[in-house]
Design a protein around this ligand. Structure first.
Ligand code: GCU
Length: 425
């Protein structure tokens, strides 16, 4: 016992003296001075070695090329088969939140006959706007009941992570209500004249190693003609966002041209993949999406490709795992995932206390993607170095870093709402 402890101490001590060449295998780093030099793939360099010259070449050649790299290496195939939109209004209250909002709870059926395959969307619409409104849509972590302490919200019946507030035996209870309320400042969003819509990502696939067995990768495999191993949990979650978008197209209260997609952390990764795959999302917010999302994998800081694949093997495609020890040879990196958002307005945000997501990597990635936006006559981030805390930078691509931990806070939302106002009003 004591001997094994000593061995572990020796091992971890030697790991901190890792040299550059073995850096890829080292678990994690939070020391800027230890980052080996790295080279990002040139996002504008086409397969034939030539540089993309204009937006047409980007759309016709380079974008599809990069998108397919993501399908192949990181996220798996995105099912494109159209399924008829079927939904049921489970509940509607025009006097929700003290009369300021209309609350709708809509069940979107994903399978033509099996009514257990669905995603439940909770929508709050501002009552003081009489025309179709823009919407911010994003997944929540533990059930729609978590985003507000509103007794009218139906408790999710699905499996929820054990750490969710109020959860008993992986099920939501009344005391789960409002558990994520600080991440969803509903009144603030409504006050900008926007609706807010959310769904529980576990409706698509429970976030655990066995989730695929009961999630849509199994229940829809014959309908979508795709085997569970051809995609992954991130793919399933992203796919669900497209189906929510299908529903919005049927809802006259929503301005379909102004749908902003927001995602935090793992849900930020899924949101980026959804927006890469589905151009109907008009504005994208990556809130601390980190590794496998906005940040740079080749920059050895915070979480690594190896760690994420070891901890969450169900999140990504099998091929991604092969790059755990050789991120140098990864043909993709975070800036390329972001490039698939262009020319749509994109906001990337970090938190100083969230070293795991590598804030500087997120900044550099967001800055780099400006080269793609420039093809469309749009300006990304002009600043050359990381801005100070609470000093957002950039235009069509915008970035901020705030004080505090890995989270979504009111400050973050205020920036996103102002950003949307600027793009849309
Ligand atoms: C873990 C994981 C991250 C992820 C985060 C989250 O920390 O390593 O990649 O973003 O969970 O989703 O909160």
């Amino acid at each position: 016992m004591i001997l094994s402890r000593i061995i572990i101490i020796i091992l971890s001590a030697s790991a901190s003296f890792v040299n550059k060449s073995s850096a890829q295998t080292y678990p994690s780093n939070t020391d800027e001075s230890k980052i080996p030099s790295y080279t990002l793939p040139d996002v504008l360099k086409m397969k034939n070695g030539k540089a993309v010259k204009n937006a047409q070449q980007w759309d016709a050649i380079q974008r599809p090329y990069i998108y397919h790299l993501y399908e192949e290496i990181q996220f798996g195939r995105y099912p494109l088969k159209k399924i008829p939109v079927k939904y049921r209004m489970l509940e509607k209250d025009e006097h929700a939140l003290d009369g300021t909002a209309t609350r709708k709870q809509v069940r979107i059926y994903l399978h033509p006959t099996d009514t257990t395959v669905y995603v439940d969307v909770l929508i709050y619409l501002p009552n003081n706007v009489k025309k179709a409104v823009p919407v911010f849509v994003g997944y929540n972590f533990s059930g729609n009941n978590e985003i507000q302490n509103d007794p009218g919200i139906m408790l999710t019946q699905r499996w929820v992570p054990v750490k969710s507030r109020g959860a008993v035996n992986n099920r939501a209870t009344d005391s789960s209500r409002g558990g994520e309320a600080t991440q969803w400042p509903v009144q603030e969003i409504l006050s900008h004249g926007y609706a807010v819509a959310t769904a529980y990502y576990g409706d698509l696939e429970p976030d655990n190693a066995d989730g695929w067995k009961t999630g849509i990768r199994s229940t829809l495999k014959n309908i979508l003609k795709i085997q569970p191993e051809e995609w992954d949990a991130m793919g399933a979650w992203a796919y669900g966002l497209s189906r929510i978008m299908d529903y919005f197209e049927k809802d006259a209260a929503i301005n379909i041209n102004k749908v902003a997609l927001i995602g935090h952390s793992r849900l930020g990764k899924a949101a980026l993949w959804a927006a890469a795959s589905d151009k109907r999302f008009a504005l994208i917010v990556s809130n601390e999406s980190g590794e496998g999302g906005a940040t740079l994998s080749k920059r050895w800081y915070g979480e690594t490709v190896k760690i994420i694949n070891q901890k969450f093997p169900w999140w990504f495609a099998a091929k991604y795992k092969a790059y755990g020890d050789k991120t140098d040879s990864l043909p993709i990196d975070g800036h390329m995932l972001l490039s698939l958002m262009a020319p749509r307005p994109l906001y990337v945000a970090s938190a100083a206390g969230d070293t795991w997501s590598d804030p500087k990597g997120e900044f550099l990635s967001a800055k780099e993607v400006g080269r793609v936006y420039a093809l469309f006559g749009k300006t990304g981030i002009e600043a050359d170095s990381m801005p100070a805390l609470h000093q957002p930078v950039g235009h069509t691509v915008r970035y901020h870093i705030r004080a505090g931990k890995h989270d979504v806070m009111l400050y973050d939302w205020q920036q996103y709402l102002q950003f949307a106002d600027k793009q849309w009003k």
